[in-house]
Design a protein around this ligand. Structure first.
Ligand code: FAD
Length: 411
């Protein structure tokens, strides 16, 4: 299929691009979605699919609450399937410092209307019988957190956008941009140029490359993140809540009768997408399961089950989320190029926030302002503050390695 013109061209069909496209189409925009690979085939389907609503500030907590409400209503809203499990979430502090962080989170959640409170270790074990009792200082329980099947969300938004008139163009990369005195005028593809006044860079790990061809530097670093899923384990079921251990940066949840474990290593692999061939697919990303076993050993007192030598891994997957120096999303107009917008800096939390973030960005583009306050995650916070590459990487590494600490965006 070819296309001559669109109101908005969205580059990328992952969670960010697909949600932006759907919400733009719902507001009446004629949208084209360009995707260099298969639809929603790169980092998004490899996510863990966890949500977390109590965030670092009231504005971010409102955004995360809105996202969970939209996930719960997804099929009713879009007519597309989404496996949605409201399992709730436990958060575990093993140090006094982290227990204090939980005190703040309970207060913030209460103020924002997100149910969250401390529970005893015994109560936590009733909900999650595999939880070990040792070395736990405090635990919170948040009953409305949930998990979804990650591959279904962006595909569902793509299909729902199509029903509203959006044109989906898989295997069609954006190869360049026509820029005139009034900003964006078109997007070049191997099938021809699409005339447009607005572009959304939702290119995931490639977002920096897309921004660079629009003439702008984007301060994000694609960073490898992995998880494993075990073969089914007797007694493990979907009623098990999500569990996060703050200082270890490890999460565990049920999946397909087994357990999923993922986490944030101290020195993650950071990837320069410009150094990879244009045909690179996230499926080719080299993975290292020893990283996950190290993380599992670091929580052996709380999750002794991962030390069981009979445990078998059914799936090991990983992708390339984009990290920012302050571990917050990066959304809004690209500075210096009228008509260019970005949705990036997912910080390993993009899948679950995408319903609310895509909605807000669509309002920003079509109505001139989002209904929810995005100022804390706006591109404006980095305007005129370009970091050199070494410093950018080091600060993003630190943000990733301390993801569950107070200033972070928990996944
Ligand atoms: C193991 C793992 C666990 C995770 N767990 C969670 C979780 O529990 N909760 C959560 O919310 N998030 C989680 N995430 C993060 C989540 O996966 C990301 O935040 C999200 O997928 C980002 O979506 P995206 O649209 O930016 O990227 P992508 O899904 O990679 O989509 C970007 C798309 O842009 C396309 N593209 C790039 N360049 C071009 C071009 N020039 N032209 C056309 N198309 C282009 C790409 O091919 C790609 O399909 C996890 C990630 C991983 C890897």
């Amino acid at each position: 299929m070819t296309l001559d013109a669109a109101d908005v061209v969205v580059v990328g069909s992952g969670a960010f691009g697909a949600s932006a496209a759907y919400h733009l189409a719902r507001l009446g925009a004629h949208v084209a979605v360009l995707e260099r690979a298969g639809l929603a085939s790169q980092t998004s389907p490899r996510a863990a699919g966890l949500t977390s609503q109590v965030r670092a500030s009231p504005a971010l907590t409102r955004l995360a609450r809105r996202a969970v409400a939209k996930l719960a209503a997804f099929t009713g809203e879009t007519g597309e399937p989404l496996r949605f499990t409201q399992s709730g979430a436990l958060k575990i502090a093993r140090t006094e410092r982290d227990a204090e962080q939980l005190t703040h989170e309970v207060a913030r959640g209460g103020a924002a209307g997100v149910p969250i409170d401390f529970v005893s270790v015994a109560e936590a074990r009733q909900r999650l019988p595999i939880l070990g009792e040792r070395d736990i200082v405090a635990v919170t329980w948040s009953p409305t957190d949930c998990n979804v099947e990650p591959s279904e969300l962006p595909l569902g938004y793509c299909r729902a956008a199509e029903k509203l008139g959006a044109v989906l163009l898989p295997h069609t990369p954006a190869t360049g941009f026509e820029l005139g005195p009034r900003g964006v005028e078109g997007v070049r593809t191997p099938r021809g140029t699409i005339a447009t006044r607005a572009v959304v860079d939702a290119a995931g790990a490639w977002a920096r490359l897309v921004a660079a061809s629009l003439g702008t530097a984007l301060p994000v670093v694609p960073t490898r993140h992995q998880l494993l899923i075990t073969e089914p384990i007797p007694g493990v079921g979907p009623e098990f809540p999500i569990a996060r251990v703050i200082d270890a940066n490890v999460y565990v949840r049920h999946e397909r009768g087994g357990l999923m474990l993922g986490g944030y290593e101290p020195d993650p692999v950071q990837v320069d997408m410009a150094a990879l061939p244009p045909s690179f697919d996230v499926a080719e990303l080299p993975l290292d399961i020893e990283v996950l076993w190290r993380l599992a050993r670091s929580v052996s007192a709380q999750f002794p089950i991962f030390q069981d030598p009979t445990l078998r891994v059914a799936e090991h997957r990983g992708g390339l989320p984009t990290i920012t120096v302050d571990d917050r999303y990066l959304v809004g107009p690209l500075p210096g190029v009228a008509g260019a917008w970005v949705m990036s800096g997912c910080c390993v939390g993009g899948l679950s926030i995408s319903p609310a973030l895509g909605e807000a960005l669509a309002e920003w583009i079509v109505d001139g302002a989002p209904a929810l306050d995005l100022s804390e995650i706006s591109t404006a916070r980095f305007a005129g503050r370009e970091l050199d590459e070494a410093e950018l990487r080091e600060r993003c590494r630190r943000a990733y390695a301390t993801h569950y600490r107070a200033s972070s965006e928990p996944t």
